[in-house]
Write a new protein. Structure first.
Length: 202
């Protein structure tokens, strides 16, 4: 079980949303949980009942992360799953996913170093940020990363200079209707543009 304090954005989102989850009272034992727990997973409820926690806080059941990864891997048997390290860079989560065979999407030098320190091979890392400093590309390349994302001519030029011979993939702009965090506002290009970029990359 993993527990961390939420960041500023998480606290703000929590303040904007009505809390439908009750905190387990101090007297509750692991053998008794009130019905007011709502949708809280039993393992988390038991954890909160036996561990004093600051409020607000974020508690993550690593077992749920594992189940979600395995479900996605089974649903997409021909695809390689890349976990975005920035989503939650907990060493416990990264180590568990590494054992399960996951690949990892990194977006900074810190995330690269973290994965490598955990023994994850650079061949399982993708530098997925499409707006990178020249020095960051060179650093990633020096650490063994050979897969980079791009979505513009300028980024392709930087990769050609600082990551010679690396593999690249073009990030496509897609509709993000219904997404809680629509990244299409920041990254990606239309398919027609991607074709031209990939031809140049070849």
């Amino acid at each position: 079980m993993l527990a961390v304090k939420p960041g500023h954005r998480a606290r703000r989102r929590q303040a904007l949303k009505k809390n439908h989850i009750s905190i387990v009272p101090d007297f509750v034992t692991k053998n008794f949980l009130p019905d007011s727990q709502g949708d809280m997973p039993p393992r988390i409820a038991k954890y909160l009942a036996t561990h004093p926690m600051p409020s607000p806080c974020l508690v993550v059941d690593v077992g749920v992360v594992e189940n979600n990864y395995l479900a996605m891997a089974r649903a997409l048997p021909l695809a390689k799953v890349f976990y975005a390290v920035k989503a939650n860079p907990s060493k416990q989560i990264l180590s568990q996913l590494a054992q399960l065979g996951s690949n990892f999407d990194v977006a900074s030098m810190g995330e690269i170093d973290l994965c490598l320190e955990l023994g994850i091979s650079p061949s399982r890392l993708s530098y997925g940020n499409t707006i990178k400093k020249q020095t960051d590309i060179a650093y990633a390349y020096s650490r063994g990363i050979r897969l980079f994302a791009f979505d513009s001519d300028a980024e392709l030029v930087k990769l050609t200079i600082s990551a010679p011979g690396a593999k690249v993939f073009c990030r496509i702009l897609v509709e993000s209707e219904g997404a809680e965090w629509p990244l299409s506002r920041k990254f990606g290009c239309v398919p027609e543009m991607a074709i031209g970029l990939l031809v140049k990359a070849k």
